[in-house]
Design a protein around this ligand. Structure first.
Ligand code: ZN
Ligand code: ZN
Length: 299
């Protein structure tokens, strides 16, 4: 396991522990108050627990080295985990919408239990502190996954905050239907976060290219290390989890020996692997009459 993979695996495990603790607290708050909105908020936490379990398994699986059965590696395991999460999120939202509908059509007063509301506030503070730690570590380690996790948790903190304020309003005004309306609001928030997860994974499964900044540095590395070659063209990249696949054509003099052309390829491959983490490079060598004159000129 590389350092970043070990870090991701450790944080995935800690996230799971925090999610279980928050779920227990929110479940307690819902049970003490009998509030539909707080029970919707607890279901949201249940989604986080399942997400953390699936993410933990996926991160470990994605870290496996390539083998005979999967010669391109296990990188896409991370995207599949999101499909499971997406299905679970949809189920959670349906359950909450149903509860909210029941609460609207036959409203029942919930208990204004100060202990229950206090427990919910404590769970939110725990979530907020953990989200802040994830954001700080993720930014320091340049981990997109950890930063994304922290953003999701911050949105949870915001929606729970809105629910708690709404419940205090319902207690102050005596308008019991507000509780069910808030539950509906939580369901919409859950659907929204689920959509974000699925969108990111579909982009990943579609073999998306590297970003423009990485592409520029790939071009610069090829230009600076292809001495002896004439040009490079038809560069294509695709990402698969933490792996980046890079392929292109390299034009050399037709009379150049295979040995010399191979030495150029090896030199470029080594430099690309240094610059782009987990890069897998494939180079197709061509004689000069294949030059396109629109490709990268070797410097
Ligand atoms: Zn070509
Ligand atoms: Zn070789």
């Amino acid at each position: 396991m590389s350092d970043s993979t070990a870090l991701a695996a450790r944080f995935a495990l800690l996230s799971l522990a925090v999610a279980v603790a928050v779920l227990a607290l929110k479940g307690l708050a819902a049970w003490l108050t009998g509030s539909v909105a707080l029970s919707a908020d607890a279901v949201e936490s249940l989604v986080n627990v399942v997400t953390a379990i699936v993410a933990f398994i996926a991160v470990r699986l994605a870290a496996r080295p390539a083998d005979a059965a999967l010669p391109y590696g296990y990188g896409k395991a991370e995207y599949f985990s999101a499909v499971i999460i997406g299905v679970f999120i949809a189920l959670a939202a349906i359950v909450i919408f149903y509860q909210a509908w029941e609460g609207l059509t036959s409203p029942h007063a919930f208990k204004a239990d100060p202990v229950g509301i206090g427990v919910s506030v404590a769970a939110t503070i725990l979530n907020g502190v953990w989200a802040w730690l994830l954001l700080r570590t993720g930014k320091a380690a340049h981990s997109a996954a950890l930063v994304a996790d922290s953003r999701h948790l911050f949105s949870d903190v915001a929606s729970t905050g809105a629910v708690i304020i709404g419940i205090l309003l319902a207690i102050a005004t005596g308008y019991a239907r507000l509780d069910a309306l808030l539950a509906g609001f939580v369901a919409v928030a859950i659907l929204w976060s689920g959509w974000q997860v699925i969108r990111q994974s579909v982009i990943g499964l579609m073999d998306v290219a590297v970003d423009a900044h990485t592409m520029t540095s790939i071009r610069e590395i090829i230009a600076a290390n292809a001495e002896g070659a004439i040009e490079a063209h038809d560069i294509r990249t695709r990402q698969s989890g933490r792996h980046t696949f890079i392929e292109f054509h390299l034009v050399v003099a037709g009379a150049m020996s295979v040995e010399d052309a191979h030495a150029i390829c090896d030199r470029i491959e080594a430099k690309l692997r240094e610059a782009v983490g987990h890069a897998q490079v494939t180079i197709h060598v061509e004689p000069e009459n294949k030059a396109k004159h629109s490709g990268i000129v070797v410097v």
